[in-house]
Design a protein around this ligand. Sequence first.
Ligand code: PXP
Length: 254
Amino acid sequence: MTNELRLGVNIDHVATIRNARGGNHPDPVRAAVLAANAGADGITAHLREDRRHISDSDIERLLKEIELPLNLEMAATDEMLDISLRYKPFAACIVPEKREERTTEGGLDAAGGYNHLSRFVSEMGEAGIRVSLFVEPDLIQVSAAAELGAQVIELHVGAYCDAKDAATRDHHYQRLVEAAAKADELGLECHAGHGISFETVGPIAAIPTLLELNIGHFLVGEAIYIGLADAIQDMRNRMDLARAGNAATTGSGQ
Ligand code: PXP
């Protein structure tokens, strides 16, 4: 069955735990197989420049051993472009990357980085990779992504998910709604990700033109308590309920 709102499970932090001890356990590829059985529609993995979690061999094994489409998150560097053209994953999402950050902080500057990014979008697009740009819910960035020729944008929902009070949450929710509507108007497929939890998934999933959510850290954390399969199934149910109109549709009504 194809879900109207797809769930991409990001397995980076299974690799973070593995790498804490330097061995093979837990194996992110095994987590990906489990995620597929639990209802994920795709697997997302970020091959960072410093290889702090996912490794090159994880990417190779994911491509060989899982049946779900792989979404490779990558920085706009020549090394990553070569890797993506070699492996030709189903999709690639270009993200900003700084060595000193703990996780991807903020979206790409698609408008300011237009000249740098256009080569990546066109070369990967010509290779048949579905190219996505990870941007803030900002109308200028959404328009720049469309002008760059990306097929997809992924909206950075971190500011909404991390909001500490209702007014801030409402403000960021409105930005998401407007950015998703703009993407639709421009013919861009719209995804969302970063920081999504059981609490925040409902209102995000209720935005009708979103087609995919990419979720990682919360699911891997929740797996400690209830197991990865149950965490994924619970997330999937919450997404489906929201799409059926049973979730709060404003930013603060969680
Ligand atoms: N989408 C993108 C583009 C990301 O960079 C990340 C974080 O790696 C995620 C989704 C997943 O975010 P989280 O791990 O907070 O769920």
